[in-house]
Every structure is written in C-alpha cells, then in structure tokens.
Write a protein that binds this ligand. Structure first.
Ligand code: CDP
Ligand code: MG
Length: 699
C-alpha cells in the first residue's frame, strides 16, 4: 500500500507574460464590461462564468489588430470552447468564411465540437462541425466553426495551399508540441506572408510564449502588399488569461512504488475510504493499463460492496466510443463518486468537472524514435515537471483539492525533467517528410521549424522513403507511387502496402487489413483473462499471423450481420469493428478515385504477405537460434524484440517475421506480426537488404 506525505501546498496559476521586450507586445487586458447580448439560459450563464469571458473584448481587439495572437490560460478557462464562438459573434465567420480550431487529439476534437454545438443550440455537423481522419462531420455550405486535428488541416493544404476559406485559424494546445502542431505552425507562417488578412491564434495552457512570439514576428515588408487598411500589426500579441484554480495539496509516496498500476488502484480505494465526496481522476499511460485498472476497481466493487459500491469507474482514452465518452462528461449521479482513469488527454485537452482528487502515476506513453536503430516505439516514459503540475491543477477546479503523486518528492525535485521534448525531436519523420514534399517544400532541412528535427532522423526518413520507391534519387516524389502515397491519409508504409496490393491483385483484402490497423485495437481488454481470450482467438487464428487473422474476424463480423452480440461473445470491440467497416469503405472509394482496381486474391495468403512486405520490409526480424524465450533480432539493427502476447503468433515463434509496430515497456514487443519467407524480403527490397544483410538466407 502506497504511503503519502505532504510537503506543502502548490497553487497552480496562469503563467504571466513579460512586458514589452524584443518587439513583443504585451497587453494587459481590461476586464470586459459588455454582456455581449447574451441571454440568461443556464448554459449562457455557465459561459459567462468562465475566466476567458472577462477577456472577450480584449481578445477580439487583439485578433482584429494583430496577425498573430498568443493566448495563455489555465485548462478549463474556456479558450477552446469560447474563443471560436466570440469570433463568430464578432463577424469573422460571415461571407462564406470559416473559423477553424485545431487540436492534436481526435477525441478532444469530437468532445469540444459537441460542447460548442450544444452551447450554440445547433446540431453537430451544421453550423458547428468537426473533421478527423476518416470522419467528416461538416457541411461546407453551413459550417462556420470547424474543429479539426492539426494533421487534417495540413492535409487540406494539399487541395487549398493557402487555406483560403478560413478567416481565423486557432492552433490550440500548442504547448503539447505534437509533430503535426509544429509542422502546422511552420506552414501557417508561410501562408501568413501570402495572406495578410488571415489571423492566427495560438493558444495553450502553458507556453514558451516568447519563443512562439519571436517565431511569428512577421517582417513588415511581407505584409505590405495588402491594402493599407487591412494591415494588422506584424508584432504578435500575447494575452494571459488569469485562471481561478484553487489550492491543491500535493502528497508524495514515501518510498518508490514497484507497480504504479497496483499503487493507483490502492490509492483510489484509500481516497474513497478516507476523503470526503469529490470525483477522482487517475493518470495512467494507455488503453492496456487503463483497462486493467478499471477491471481491478470494478471487481473490487463487486467483491466488497460496502467499501466501493459508490464508485463509478470509467476509462478515458482516444478510440473510446461516443457513448463511453458521454458517460465520462456526464454529471456524477447523486451518491456516487466518479473515478476517471485516463491517459494524459485529461492533462490539458479536456476538462472534467467535479474532480477534487488526482492520482498521478508519473508516467505517460510517448513515441520515441531512435535514428540509429531506425526503431520507433511507444514507450512508457516518466513525465516532466510541467506535466506533473498540469495534472495536479486538475484537482483544483471546483474547490481546494488533493493530488497524490505515485513518486517520491526527491524524485520530483532532483530527477524529473523540467520540460518534455517536442515530438518533432523524438519521432520517425517519414510521414512528415512526405507531407512537406507533397506541399512542394523540397528543402526540408531549410524549412522554418519551431525546433529543428535531428538531421539523422531526417536522413533516415529520406532513406526509408527512397527504399519504398516514394522518393527518387533527387529526393522528389516519384510518379505515380509517391504522389499516390501522399494522397492516402495513412502511414506511408501502409499506403505503399495498399498500392502494391493493387499490383498483386489483392487490394480487397489489404484494405480490410489497413482498416483494422488504423483503429486502436479490435479486441476488448484481455487483461486477466488471457486463457479465455486465447480460446476465442483460436476461432479466427491464421497460422500466417495477425493480419490474416483480421480477415477472418472481418468476415465473421459481416456474416453475423454486424452484430454487437457476436462481438461481445468473441471479445471484439463492436465500435471498433463498425469503424473498420467505415474506414474500409472510405479506402475503397479513395482507390477508385485514384483509378486503382479493387481485386480479391481469394485465399492466396502468400500474395497477401508479399503485399504487406512491400510496405513493411524494413520491420523484419528473425528468431534467435538458441532462444527458448522467443527472442528475435531485427535485421536492420539487431535490436532485441519479442512477439506481443496479444498476437496469434505469441508462443508460436516462427523463424522469420515482419511486424507492424513496436510497443515498449521493459522490452520491445512486436504488435501485429506475420510469418514470412526471408527470400520475399530480397524480392521486395533488394537495395535495402543487400546493404543490411548481404547473407540473408531463405529458411
Ligand atoms: O480550452 P480550455 O481548457 O481553456 O477550456 P474549455 O475546454 O473551453 O472548457 C471550458 C468549460 O467548458 C469547462 O468548464 C468545461 O467543463 C466545459 N466543457 C464541457 O462541459 N464539455 C466539453 N466537452 C468541453 C468543455
Ligand atoms: Mg482547451
């Protein structure tokens, strides 16, 4: 059982910004006096109580007069839901123009769009809409406020390079420094030079406001070709919205905890025993450990009614169905205590009302890329102090709260890094390079980056794209493959697999596989039920591996008449399966648009695997000869990897395999694995394998 102590209190505050320096304009906003013509319904009163409301006039004034406005404000102050509405009310969405607001996360896009539609009393998909990959809930003739992921906005530039339909683009959650946000900021800076009438708002919970502002200082001469009366100031304005966070008591564990999941569960139970009413928000890392914790807590609820019968335990991660999302945001029923177990999506992207206690595991799942081994994996990583403070702040929203940190104070003070590393500097850049190339940006190293990507990663990306036949020797997109790959909104390796399948005559099957790989997981959590899960999986399992197994699952789902009961019986996530059907439809339409044939190979799994290898040849591994524990080594860098327990090839251990992705905890685990013949690797990518494994022998 984790034991805590409390060294003192911390009051989360909105960051205050420096005064005028280096050409940066600081504006201290006078409280807004106007009531802006709002009525007095309950939702409108809620809107007016948000901290950002006092700054309404100031925000509108700044956006009117500055090409770029940077808005810093605590989570929950109303930035995301209110500012787009203020802009609309002030006329920025008239005359066919649209106000856009980007988010790094899909779930946040859906959730804030629904909330704004509700506040405006309109149906989602009409005046207020959203677009995420494979889901467009907008109506071009009526949508005036549009929420979308930064990735989708970058994609829109392929058709409309200057994003002409938008009058204001709000880049939200900029402090997250996601790969797409960083790319988008660089691209918007370019667009701003050609479109002086475009307004950009950068908003976030905490931000290096000054460096962001320096980045966006337009040169005056760049704006001169606009009519005099519409030239906005080239100096970015910075506005800090004061929050009203309450004091949060911080408690640390006295000794490091061996298992943060168990510790989190115990801490929740102990809060429920000892602390007065108030919801609990627990930060874990991903779907796996969240589902596990939910299960443990729900089991406990059943075992011991007296202790935990008042607990309403809910998971929160991207990929959750709309209904499950609804439960998380719905008011807590009387007499219950809500426990939301979340990824770091609840750190700043989403506000949960009613939270008084936060349990912080100190970890999150992050992408890490090693350009030397050329391996990108999702790794459970310690968070930064900045994140820890954000997490704690979530407890002080409605009244003074408490945060239980599952790490020691000494660790927090001495070892926890101050800031996180931007995703740009720890990612595989293959997708980023191909998108910039498709937008006509050839000199990628010379691109105006907010933080430069590591040159080794850039070189690796160019090398991979060259070996996939997507770039030519002059690093230009090849025709037609390169251009087609850029058109498909998927990872370039998957896109290449689909295009090769068109040549191999197995595109019908491959788009099903691609659709399954694009949803988070089609299986429901198997935590603690590995045996039952293995038995169920046997119905579908194909000896060739997971990808072929997915085809069997998909066929079964169609044969069942897309039944939710059938999914339930087979440990399958019904929402995920419906999404697979939808994504598959969209991919088949896309292929038709590209003029590519849809063909089935019937049951030729060899052809299917060759098509997969055409995209994923770089992810090949061989079983270590004397390994008794399933140890594999990657061909390209001799990295040690294992088959993930969720794979149908777990414990089967074929000699040669190709994997789709890696997740890492204490070991690297391969997810979605197929058995292959190594001679297919040389067939698919002779240049790649001659370089790396000249004596690759067929088995
Ligand atoms: O963006 P920021 O963190 O500054 O705040 P916001 O997301 O605009 O949230 C403002 C308020 O709207 C909060 O009180 C949220 O609880 C509420 N909200 C909600 O009730 N449901 C949502 N889906 C999103 C926000
Ligand atoms: Mg927000």
């Amino acid at each position: 059982m984790a034991r805590f102590w409390r060294p003192g209190s911390e009051r989360p505050r909105a960051t205050l910004v420096d005064d005028e320096e280096g050409g940066v304009l600081f504006v201290s906003a006078p409280p807004s006096s106007s009531s802006s013509g709002f009525g007095h319904s309950s939702l409108e009163r809620q809107r007016q109580r948000l901290p950002v409301f006092k700054y309404r006039d100031a925000i509108l004034y700044l956006v009117e007069n500055h090409a770029t406005t940077i808005i810093v404000g605590e989570t929950g102050s109303g930035k995301t839901t209110q500012i787009p509405q203020y802009l609309k009310e002030a006329g920025w969405a008239e005359g066919g123009r649209v106000v856009a607001c980007t988010q790094p996360r899909r779930l946040a896009v859906q959730s804030v769009a629904s909330r704004v539609a509700e506040e405006m009393g309109v149906k989602i998909g009409e005046e207020v809409g959203y677009t995420i990959r494979f889901e467009d809930q907008t109506n071009p003739s009526v949508t005036v406020i549009k929420f979308l992921t930064d990735g989708v906005l970058i994609r829109e530039m392929m058709d409309d390079p200057l994003l002409t339909k938008y009058s204001v683009i709000m880049v939200d959650e900029a402090h997250e420094r996601s790969l797409s946000t960083d790319m988008l900021l660089g691209l918007l800076k370019k667009i701003q030079r050609r479109r002086p009438e475009l307004r950009i708002i950068i908003s976030s919970a905490t931000i290096e406001a000054k460096s962001m502002s320096t980045f966006f200082q337009a040169r005056k001469k760049d704006l001169l070709h606009a009519a005099e009366d519409c030239v906005p100031s080239h100096l970015p304005a910075i506005l800090s919205v004061e929050g009203k966070g309450y004091t949060v008591e911080i408690h640390y564990v006295e000794e490091p905890v061996p298992d943060y999941l168990q510790a989190a569960v115990h801490t929740v139970l102990s809060i429920n025993d000892k602390e007065p009413a108030g919801d609990i928000l627990v930060f874990l890392t991903g779907q796996d450990d969240i589902d596990a914790a939910v299960k443990l807590l729900r089991e406990d609820t059943q075992d011991d009614r007296r202790r935990t019968s008042g607990l309403l335990v809910l998971p929160l991660y991207s990929g959750l169905s709309r209904d499950d999302q609804g439960l998380v945001f719905a008011p807590t029923p009387k007499g219950k205590r809500k426990v939301v177990i979340s990824t770091n999506i609840a750190e700043t992207s989403l506000t949960l009302e009613g939270v008084v206690y936060v349990v912080d595991s100190g970890f999150s799942k992050q992408r890490f890329y090693n350009p030397i081994s050329d391996i990108e994996s999702l790794v459970v990583t310690p968070i930064s102090k900045a994140s820890a403070r954000q997490r704690a702040g979530r407890a002080g929203r409605i009244r003074p709260g408490k945060c239980f940190r599952l790490y020691t104070e000494e660790y927090f003070l001495k070892e926890m890094p101050t800031e996180g590393i931007p995703e740009m500097q720890r990612s595989n850049l293959v997708s980023c390079v191909i998108q910039l190339k498709a937008l006509g940006i050839d000199n990628i190293l010379g691109f105006d980056w907010l933080a430069s990507p590591p040159p080794e990663a850039m070189v690796r990306a160019l090398e991979v794209l060259y070996s996939l036949g997507i770039l030519d020797e002059d690093a230009k997109l090849t025709s037609p493959i390169g251009y087609q790959v850029a058109e498909i909104p998927l990872d370039p390796m998957i896109s290449k697999m689909i295009l090769s399948a068109c040549n191999f005559g197995c595109s019908e099957e491959i788009i099903t596989i691609a659709a399954v790989l694009s949803v988070q997981s089609i299986w429901v959590s198997m935590w603690g039920a590995q045996k039952e899960f293995d038995e169920v999986k046997l119905h579908f399992a194909a000896a060739e591996g997971d990808h072929i197994t997915y085809l069997n699952v998909y066929k079964g789902f169609l044969n069942s008449g897309k039944s939710s009961q059938w999914c339930y019986k087979n440990y399958l996530n019904y929402q995920a399966m419906k999404k697979v059907v939808d994504v598959r439809d969209q991919l088949s339409r896309l292929l038709r648009r590209l003029g590519l044939a849809l063909k089935s190979c019937e049951k030729d799994t060899q052809i299917l695997r060759k098509a997969i290898i055409a995209g994923f040849f770089a992810n090949s591994c061989h079983l270590e000869e004397y390994s008794h524990n399933g140890l594999y080594k990657t061909v390209r860098s001799s990295e040690e990897v294992y088959i993930h327990p969720s794979s149908v090839l777990f414990r089967v251990n074929p000699k040669w395999v190709v994997y789709h992705s890696l997740v890492s905890t204490n070991k690297h685990y391969m997810r979605n694995v197929i058995a292959i013949d190594p001679s297919w690797l040389i067939e698919a990518a002779p240049h790649f394998y001659q370089l790396r494994a000249p004596n690759l022998a067929p088995c």
